[in-house]
Ligand binder design. Structure first.
Ligand code: SAH
Length: 361
């Protein structure tokens, strides 16, 4: 695979122009085109420069292969990477704007019991530019520009564990929020982690005040370990301490995700124990009704039961909401679309074989 131009910041593109003996203003032109999701081949620069760039960089590192639109307006994207790997993303429309969910890895190695992303393990991490290109491309398709964005919010809640791809994710966050670019503020970005404690501490030092979201899904280590293998490495108490550290450092309240799974974590006793665990903390709880993944065999809960669970948390004084289920008719949950394409026998070069197996283009 060639390099990804979207990995570069404006100063880095400027340095590249100097190296190539090009005038400085070309960097601005390239960057502006890139922020509008232009292919290198379509950049408004001299043909000779386009050729030089194409010799080094992928023309279009993230291509839209399929788009599904849900009855509620949610759009689900299937993207193809330059090495043929598939990733997916979602664009959700709310009253206040549009939120795009991006993937940070092809597959995932966390292997949570309910999640489709880990079905085939981790194939590879995405580069910062491959994450950014998802946003640029969807923003442009939705009629946005860097000046007037169609995508207003970003959540790192697609396939992959962002903190298992720490350097690239931090680089993406800096590039997506850079002034003069698409400029999405860290405050409008949420990063969801399964709770990799050392990276949570490191992230608090990055000066990126994003909304930190932690997938909790249980209120005891034993129950958490049954559905999230990562719980064997990091205890809930250590995750809570890391969250408090993040709050002290950034002043940002943190969020817990709790996907309700029938018979697993959805009882009254679970709700009471969760409330006791989180009471008094500067946090919010997002309840999610499990999106059933057929390969996983776990069941979701009724809306009524989800509200009952929510009621227990609210009466205990917690800030909590039940996430509206959107896009369920188009396989909205992480990794479902890619997994279904793999199951349908998409040609091997598109089915997520390890990148290192591929010949250089
Ligand atoms: N690796 C990150 C991002 C995962 S996706 C993390 O673990 O947080 C965002 C959220 O969706 C996580 O809370 C994840 O646990 C949850 N999730 C994944 N599959 C789900 C499903 N089928 N139903 C409900 N929630 C799911």
């Amino acid at each position: 695979m060639k390099q990804v131009l979207q990995d570069l910041s404006l100063p880095q593109i400027a340095a590249l122009m100097e190296e190539l003996g090009e005038p400085k203003y070309r960097a601005e032109q390239i960057y502006r085109g890139m922020m509008r999701a232009k292919r290198i081949g379509a950049l408004n620069v001299p043909a000779a420069l386009r050729e030089k760039l194409l010799a080094r960089f992928e023309d279009e590192p993230v291509k839209v292969r399929e788009v599904f639109t849900s009855a509620d307006g949610t759009e689900k994207y299937l993207f193809e990477l330059a090495d043929g790997n598939l990733i997916e993303g979602v664009l959700m429309t709310y009253k206040y704007g549009r939120t795009q969910c991006v993937s940070t890895q092809v597959g995932c190695r966390m292997n949570c019991a309910f999640c489709a992303s880990g079905l085939n393990g981790l194939v590879r991490s995405l580069t910062a530019g491959e994450i950014l290109a998802q946003v640029l491309c969807v923003n442009a398709r939705a009629g946005g520009t860097p000046e007037k964005r169609a995508v207003t919010n970003v959540v790192l809640m697609g396939s992959g564990e962002p903190f298992d791809n720490y350097e690239n994710v931090v680089r993406f966050l800096r590039n997506v929020s850079a002034a003069g670019g698409i400029g999405i503020s860290p405050r409008n970005i949420s990063l969801s982690t399964c709770g990799l404690v050392p990276q949570m501490y490191a992230f608090a030092e990055e000066g990126l005040p994003v909304n930190l979201t932690v997938s909790l899904h249980a209120s005891s280590d034993e129950e958490r370990a049954r559905i999230m293998p990562v719980a064997r490495a990091y205890k809930i108490a250590d995750i809570l301490a890391a969250c408090d550290h993040y709050f002290r450092k950034t002043g940002r309240r943190y969020i817990f995700e709790y996907s309700l799974i029938a018979g697993e974590n959805d009882g009254r006793a679970h709700a009471e124990r969760l409330a006791a665990l989180l009471r008094g903390r500067p946090c919010h709880v997002n309840l999610i009704r499990l999106n059933e993944v057929k390969e996983k065999g776990l069941q979701g809960v009724s809306e009524k039961d989800a509200y009952r669970f929510l009621g227990v948390l609210e009466r205990a004084g917690l800030s909590a909401t039940l996430r509206r289920q959107i896009g369920a008719d188009i396989g909205g949950a992480c990794g479902q679309l890619r997994a279904s394409r793999l199951a349908e026998g998409v040609p091997a070069e598109n089915a997520g074989a390890p990148a290192q197996d591929r010949a250089e283009p």
